[in-house]
Structures are given as C-alpha cells and as structure tokens.
Design a protein around this ligand. Structure first.
Ligand code: FES
Length: 361
C-alpha cells in the first residue's frame, strides 16, 4: 500500500517537474544555451577547449593547440574528435585527428589542412584566433599499433600524417624499443607537415628512421617499395587509393592482419551521381519527417531538420550512427555500395538518399 502511494507521489512529482508551466526552468537545452551564452567553456553537452596557440605548419596547414576543461575525458594517440562550428547560423561538424599524444598538462593539438572548397577547414583557418573556444566531441577511434616486438612501419600521405604524428610522439614518450620506419609522402618539401619535429626525432632517436617521398620530383609513391617491410606491423593513413594499395600488397603476402589503415577521403561521387535531387525521409520510430538532398549525408540532413541522431566520428568509422533502413535506396559514399533491400543497416554519416527512405529512427 505504502509502496504504491510512493509510486503515485513520485509519478505526480515528475509530471509536475516536466510540465510546461515550469519552462524554461526544467528545460536542459535552455540551461545549456544559457551556460554557453555566459561562457562557452561552461558547456556540459560537449567538450569546450580554448585555443592557446596557432602554428602554421605549411602554407595551407595550421595546428591549433587547445586546452580543454577539466571534464575532458583524455585521449589516446591515434584518436580523433568531431569539431562543431557555426557557419552562417548553421551548425557544422567535421572530424579531425588529434595530432598530439596525451601530455600531463592535458593540451591537445588538431592540425587542419585547408582543402579547396571545404567549408570547415577554410573557416577554421580564417576565423579562429588565439583565445577562442572550440567545441569538441569526446575522442573516438582505435588507430594505434598493437603491443608486441615486431618492427613498426608508419606510412602516411598528405594530411594523413596527423594521427601518425600523435602515435610517434607517444612511442617516443614511452621509449618504445621497437625499430620504427616512418614513410611520409607529400608533393614538395614545403608541403611536409611536422618536418622539423620529425627530423629532430630522427636525429636523436636511434630506432626511428624517417623516409620522405616527394611526388612532385619522384612521381607517385609505389607501394611495392614496401615489399621488404612486410614483416612490420603497419599503420597507414592517407587517401583511400593509398590505403587500398597497401592492404592489397599485404593481402597478397598473406599478412593482411598486420595492417591497420585509415583513409581521410571517402568515395568521390562520379559526375552525374552527385544528384541534388531531394527525397523525403520518414523516421518510423519517432514519426518525424525530413528532406535529404542527394548530395548531403543523411546525418547532416537530419540535423539540419532539428533531429539529433546518435553519432560519433562522422566519417564512417565508429558506427554510432548506424540504423536500419526499412525501405528505399541509399548510397554509401565510402564503399560505393547501394542499399536497396529492406531492413539493411546503413551509416547515416556516409550515406545519401537515392529515393524516399524509411529509417528506424
Ligand atoms: S558517426 Fe561514426 S560511423 Fe557514422
């Protein structure tokens, strides 16, 4: 009897607390907006971080040294974060690798190459100043070498060097005894991100060897040059064509398990495939509806419509955004696969609509 009375009282109280009469006192979103308006470092939804320094690494690549608040959960070398910025009143998210290893002073570094036509990298270069606050997600990803005695091969191209720089710093910090060969490909010496730091490491660290391939003078990097390094545990980060070629090389040698790869470019839509046609998307769990253009990821389209689907990396790695597509056709931008069967799993961050869709959201 007493238990059921307590339950009734509790139910009644929670209804009162949720009632619209108490708005905005009972609205967590309103409190968050107020906190951020008073001081962006007070956000409790994401992880704000103050910009302490900005370093020009190359003519088109810039590092941002950040100091997050005490809530920052810490990161491991090789992980990435999603940076959230507001451009022309629209919230936009992009994933960037952390290019620094964890340090006792809990500073972080993201290194951003300005890509032609890319909104977020261009905006960060043009608008972010020392003292500004960036909003980060929790770090995610597991791009790191396994423990063991086998020598390490680290291979990167262009801005693919960023997570590997964090890995190198971490290996150096803990005095890893393994032999490490770091091969980096870029166009010219001017495009070599972290050149000075890596050269210093190579000079002072006997088990670290640095090799740089300049494609403007030496031509495209041929992964067959790595044939003598197939015994190494390998991390590769760069354009998809490079990671695929390396995987194929190690597969042919029967040692595919020794490779871990991350690519920073999804599949580029062929001309004519990048449709701007819009399709209706019905979320069957919540009965919400939104419109998705054929050249915008379903995650971005859902967010633009005010929905908040779960997500993490936003580049097709963590699968947090995966959901069941009940009907319709979607294209996976990373693999180029078309999903047209009912009840297939799709990742919202790397999928675009190719017909009206029904999603279990
Ligand atoms: S958000 Fe990580 S896979 Fe989509």
């Amino acid at each position: 009897m007493t238990t059921s009375l307590n339950q009734h009282l509790w139910l009644g109280l929670s209804r009162v607390l949720r009632s619209h009469w108490l708005h905005p006192l009972n609205d967590a979103d309103a409190w968050e907006r107020l906190r951020v308006w008073m001081n962006p470092m007070w956000s409790r939804r994401d992880y704000p971080a103050r910009v302490l320094d900005i370093i020009d690494e190359t003519p088109d690549t810039r590092s941002f040294v950040l100091k997050p608040t005490a809530r920052w959960p810490g990161h491991r070398a090789g992980q990435h974060v999603v940076v959230q910025v507001e451009i022309n009143g629209r919230r936009v998210h992009r994933s960037f690798s952390l290019s620094s290893a964890p340090t006792p002073d809990r500073r972080l570094r993201i290194t951003v190459k300005r890509q032609p036509g890319a909104r977020v990298s261009g905006w960060l270069h043009e608008h972010v100043r020392i003292g500004d606050v960036l909003r980060l997600s929790a770090p995610t990803g597991r791009f790191a070498p396994a423990e063991g005695a086998a020598p390490l091969l680290l291979l990167s191209a262009g801005s693919g060097i960023t997570p590997l720089m964090a890995v190198v710093e971490e290996l150096h910090r803990r005095g890893d005894p393994r032999a490490i060969v770091f091969v980096h490909c870029c166009r010219t010496p001017t495009d070599f991100i972290f050149a000075d730091r890596l050269r210093v490491l190579a000079a002072e660290w006997p088990n670290f060897e640095l090799r740089v391939h300049y494609s403007a003078s030496a031509g495209r990097f041929d992964v067959r040059q790595l044939s003598v390094l197939l015994h190494c545990q390998t991390l590769v980060c760069g354009p998809r064509a490079l990671t695929q070629n390396v995987e194929t090389l190690f597969l042919a040698a029967g040692v595919k398990d020794q490779v871990r790869s991350e690519s920073y470019s999804g599949r580029v839509l062929p001309q004519g495939d990048a449709t701007q046609e819009s399709f209706g998307v019905h979320c069957s769990d919540t009965e919400q509806v939104f419109t998705a253009r054929g050249d915008t990821s379903l995650l971005e389209a859902a967010e633009a419509a005010g929905l908040k689907p779960a997500h993490g990396c936003r580049i097709g790695i963590c699968k947090t955004c995966q959901c069941t597509k009940r009907s319709g056709t979607a294209l996976n931008l990373r693999t180029g696969e078309i999903s047209s069967e009912p009840n297939e799993l799709i990742q919202l961050c790397i999928s675009v609509a190719r017909s009206p869709l029904e999603l279990a959201l």
